[in-house]
Design a protein around this ligand. Sequence first.
Ligand code: GLY
Ligand code: MN
Ligand code: MN
Length: 458
Amino acid sequence: MFSFPKQTYVERRERLSQAMGSGLLLFLGNGVASMNYPDNNYIFRQDSTFLYLFGLDYENLAAIIDVDNNKTIVFGDELTIDDIVWTGVQPTIREKAAAVGVTETRPMSELQKYIDAAKAQKQQVHFVPPYRGHTKLWLQELLGKEAQPSLELIYELADMRNHKSAEEIEQIELSVNVSRQMHLRALELVRPGMTEKQIAAAVAEVCYREGYYFSFPTICTNHGETLHNHGYIHELKDGDLLLLDAGAENDSHYAGDLTTTMPVGKDYTARQKEVYNILIDTYRKAAASIRPGITYRECHVNAWANIAEGLKGLGLMKGDPMEAAEAGAVAMFMPHGLGHMMGLDVHDMENYGEVHVGYPRGAEKDKRFGFASLRLARTLEPGFVFTCEPGIYFIPDLIDQWRAAGKFTEFINYDKLEAWKDFGGMRNEEDYLVTPEGHRHLGENKPCEVEQILEAKK
Ligand code: GLY
Ligand code: MN
Ligand code: MN
């Protein structure tokens, strides 16, 4: 079981307490979630906020940081002999808590009492929005249906977690490197006649063999234009593209997230190569622009403009590329954002609200199609870790809908686009750290240029 040295968690909690100044901070860990019968569970995954502050990768725990009374308490129940028979022995709650610098523990039945006493004292109870339905219900039980997440706690935690420490970056890089091995395996294996299932299975084998788990469900498809395509139902033919978006998380639970778009056969077709070279040029320029002080919105819009310029060269777009980008017209070809924060969650802290993590405090999101999918838009700061993942897609239903609605006819050449509806989609995704000087690419180089991809396929 992974944990950072005890001091890491002590310092994180102290920093958070100081930043908050007062109140009672409540953190609920995850239990196991049942697939069907009670003991048939999804793999246990601890809540990331809980992991960040307490590092305890065990089920059914809760914790309180009582800033007003300078107390930190872990709540949980010891295993019964029945539990031990089925799941084996574990350290006691006291031993678990002590390992991460918490000296006070209480049984779970004390949690409600502690909260009720705090509320009677008019202490303010702070919590962040949970990912899971079960935790939402538990919060309602503990605090009442009207209880609302604390924006103050969200902002303080997002600020801490957005700035990765050296020990966090080390963990992320381990996961990125195993993610890379997953991609190398797919490149080595893919050929006409194989199925999406077979490649996805081989990718999973690398992940499991290394003792890692997925940071999200693998996307492995010759229909990359469907952004979250998890079906694995297609057979791969010569002339197809295979889009693999796969990432690992190790036992620290920090994520990697990479995408490669490879030809199924020996080479990309001429048409695929033209679009792929626009994509990689866009990726290179976007990655090169990562530095403190630039906003990721600017990087995103520049990437859109670069795609527009490339597609203009193919006769699919027209007009001024930057105007097309600012207008949102390039969302036709790249309807998602350039990237997202990455850490303990692959889309880090999305439960806090994207706008509270990837945008400046108090900002609102641009709700226009395409812009609304930009999870990270804020000014970049050293310590931020995120993905750079431009894509180019030809989505037949979107083409038809925009064409019928007469959208952006000044920028999109619909007549020419008709012949491209069977193209599919492509994306290249890699992971970056912002440094004081600029940026650092995380992990070893993953093939992305045409020659590198073809070499890796040999
Ligand atoms: N793997 C999902 C994403 O790239 O954001
Ligand atoms: Mn991503
Ligand atoms: Mn991805």
